[in-house]
Design a protein around this ligand. Structure first.
Ligand code: ADP
Length: 710
């Protein structure tokens, strides 16, 4: 029961003192509201007791004044609850002062009501709080002091408005004295308690701050900006710099811990143009006391506290990150160097392989053209096919390697697309027909025009696609088509299609087959041969034409590869070469000087040239070629680029001093970027690759000589 009553009383008290609190009220404001409510509650309590006491002693006017005063306190409480604490407080202050003056006047100073001014001063200190609202406290105090002086000055010692006998005066005086003492004690105690709580809170805050400071993963130094003396540092700073005690760092100059250029960097934050300090962040290499080096991500922030300038230096140890970065960089360099080595190796290797292959291919061509036993035909065919196939593989590897390294650039020369396609068709037609397949060639008639493009690469793409179609089709038709989709006066969009009715490609392999060294079926190599490089190269070349190689295929039904390219139209251009030079005998009487150091290559070339009736003079190096040229008269030069003593380019340079017009064809096994431009710049008119296609050599010679004669 007792507990219930106590609980009820406490609940009422709690409700009253928490009136006016709402969400979002700051800690400080909350305290002020609670204290104000406590003050009002106490004042009302005193009013209540006083009213009873005055009625008891038949001092009805005093009782009335108390009731009026209580009313004003309630009004102040009302304003406080409505978030108008200031109004409430003003009402309360004026009310209490007026109350004391009026009551003292009514009863006379003898009754001792003025004594209540003493606890009231203490109450004000409690309610207003000195630290944060000193001005407010001062004004409230001033009002109260004036009021108390007015009270003492204006009020008579005894007043007879009410009947107060001697004993009652004594009783009133003693009562007021007791109340005033009790209230002074209570509020003094409260103030002490509040101060103690504050101290504890401040101490806790400091401990909390210290804990944050010392548990930070950053090493922190606080420095006096003026002197560069370290004011304090945290535990992590000790660990970083291999120091045991704080006093080894605190009080020392930062010169002991940071290098000169670091300090310059820190100081630079003070010297911005606007005169304002600004933070700095950066990576520095730091040295611990033991000489250990570590990498820190350092932040330098200036701040002012109590008119003193400080600099806060925070260091995050990033050594691990740095090491990982180094490792990554090393690994990257290693990988790049490995890739370069691989690329160089492949390029050298394929180059080296090409030279002996030249001999084999050339020799087999010759053997096939010369007299041989009919029983040898098959072997010679195999020899020719195998060596050409091997050359193709080597070229593929070299090509892929160059493309991977991004070293391939497309040429941009005029090509008649219709003629180009017809030539391609005539190359493939015999093989396709001999396999019993139908070959449909569909060339848009509107393409009998010259377009700027790279004939070699376009040829490579379509040849790869046709070779695959041929390889993977056993019956039905192979179709090669080119169509003009759109056209403007300057450009046309062409679509190339290679279609077959072959084995097809399963859906799940449609993407994979374009990867290098990937084949749709694991048995492909065994059944059909191949390396899986063809489509990877083809796709990359098509990409270089700013297009994409697309595939539509169904297993056992066939495949269609297609792509579209936008090509610039070349108008009014003289044809570079008449392709169909049928009359091979027309080379009779041409005088040609050939310079070639490799005896096999020389003998093969000579055999063809003499066969076509050309008068051949030979030289085995540049110097000899130059000497020969000075002695004789020639229509054409065929010069190997790499020769001992004097290379082809140097020899031609000397020849060009004597004769600027004679056509000079570079005879080379080399393949490199911008080859055509480079050779033109060196004075060559054209070039021919080793191993050469006899028809190509024939057509080049006849074109160059006829152009000269024309
Ligand atoms: P390779 O022909 O040397 O194996 P490619 O890159 O040219 O390499 O082709 C990759 C694979 O794609 C082939 O092995 C084959 O499985 C599949 N492929 C390519 N073209 C065709 C086609 N026309 N019909 C069926 N399968 C094809």
């Amino acid at each position: 029961m007792k507990e219930k009553i106590l609980y009820l009383v406490y609940s009422i008290y709690s409700d009253i003192v928490h009136t006016g609190l709402h969400e979002g009220v700051s800690k400080d404001m909350r305290k002020r509201i609670i204290r104000f409510n406590q003050f009002i509650l106490l004042a009302l309590l005193l009013n209540f007791i006083s009213v009873f006491s005055y009625f008891y002693h038949k001092l009805y006017i005093s009782a009335l004044v108390n009731i009026t005063s209580a009313y004003f306190f309630l009004l102040a409480f009302y304003f406080g609850s409505k978030r108008k604490l200031e109004t409430g407080r003003i009402i309360a202050v004026i009310n209490i002062n007026l109350y004391l003056i009026v009551i003292c006047y009514l009863e006379g100073l003898r009754a001792g009501e003025y004594l209540l001014y003493f606890p009231y001063f203490v109450v004000l200190t409690f309610v207003v709080s000195i630290r944060r609202n000193f001005k407010e406290l001062l004004s409230v105090y001033s009002i109260t002091v004036i009021a108390s002086l007015a009270c003492v000055k204006l009020c008579p010692y005894v007043n007879n408005i009410q009947t107060i006998n001697e004993a009652l005066y004594t009783q009133l005086y003693s009562g007021n004295l007791v109340i005033s003492l009790a209230m002074t004690i209570i509020f003094s105690y409260s103030i002490l308690q509040v101060n103690k709580d504050n101290e504890v809170a401040i101490l806790q805050e400091k401990t909390f701050g210290d804990t944050i400071f010392n548990t930070s993963l950053d090493g922190v130094f606080i420095i006096f900006s003026q002197t560069n003396i370290i004011n304090s540092c945290n535990k992590r700073a000790l660990e970083m710099f291999d120091v045991k005690e704080k006093h080894e760092i605190e009080g020392t100059n930062i010169e002991n811990w940071f290098e000169e250029h670091h300090i310059k960097q820190f100081n630079s934050i003070k010297e911005s143009l606007s005169g304002e300090s600004r933070p700095w962040q950066g990576e520095l290499t730091l040295t611990a006391k033991t000489g250990r080096t570590f990498y820190g991500f350092v932040s330098v922030v200036p701040f002012t506290y109590k008119d003193t300038g400080y600099t806060k230096i925070s260091i995050l140890d990033v050594s691990y990150v740095k090491m990982a970065e180094f490792e990554l960089m090393k690994a990257k360099e290693k990988a790049e160097s490995a890739a370069r080595t691989k690329s160089r190796f492949l390029s050298n290797m394929s180059h080296e392989l090409r030279t002996p292959l030249n001999g084999i291919i050339g020799a087999s061509n010759l053997l096939l053209q010369e007299e041989h036993l009919s029983s040898q035909v098959q072997h010679l065919d195999i020899l020719k096919f195998s060596s050409e196939h091997m050359m193709m593989l080597i070229n593929d590897i070299l090509d892929y390697n160059k493309m991977e390294a991004g070293k391939v650039e497309l040429a941009d020369v005029p090509v008649n697309i219709k003629e180009f396609m017809q030539k391609l068709a005539s190359q493939f037609s015999p093989q396709i027909k001999s396999k019993g397949l139908e070959f449909k060639v569909d060339i848009d008639d509107r393409l009998d025009l010259e377009f700027y493009t790279d004939e070699t690469r376009l040829n490579q793409v379509l040849s790869n696609l046709l070779a695959n179609a041929l390889k993977f089709t056993h019956e039905g038709t192979i179709t090669m088509a080119v169509r003009k989709l759109f056209s403007s006066s300057a450009k046309s969009t062409l679509q190339f299609i290679v279609m077959d009715t072959g084995i097809g490609i399963p859906k799940n392999k449609h993407k994979e087959i374009f990867d290098s060294f990937t084949q749709a079926d694991v048995n492909t190599t065994r059944k059909y041969g191949g390396t899986g490089l063809g489509l990877a190269i083809t796709k990359r070349i098509v990409n270089m034409f700013n297009s994409d190689l697309l595939l539509e295929s169904e297993e056992n039904k066939g495949s269609a590869f297609h792509f579209t390219v936008e090509l610039k139209i070349c108008e009014n251009r003289k044809r570079y070469m008449e392709d169909n030079i049928k009359n091979l005998d027309s080379l009779e009487g041409i005088r040609l000087l050939i310079a070639e150091d490799n005896p096999v290559n020389l003998s093969i070339a000579k055999r063809f040239l003499t066969k076509w009736g050309i008068k051949v003079s030979e030289a085995t190096n540049g110097r000899e070629a130059l000497a020969q040229f000075k002695k004789g008269t020639f229509d054409l030069l065929l010069i190997d680029l790499e020769m001992p003593e004097m290379d082809g380019a140097t020899a031609l340079k000397e020849i060009r001093k004597i004769n600027t017009s004679i056509p000079a064809v570079a005879f080379t096994a080399a393949v490199y970027d911008n080859m055509q431009a480079d050779l033109l710049q060196k004075g060559f008119t054209d070039f021919i690759h080793k191993p050469f296609r006899p028809e190509e050599l024939h057509s080049k010679i006849s074109y160059l000589v006829s152009a000269l004669r024309a």
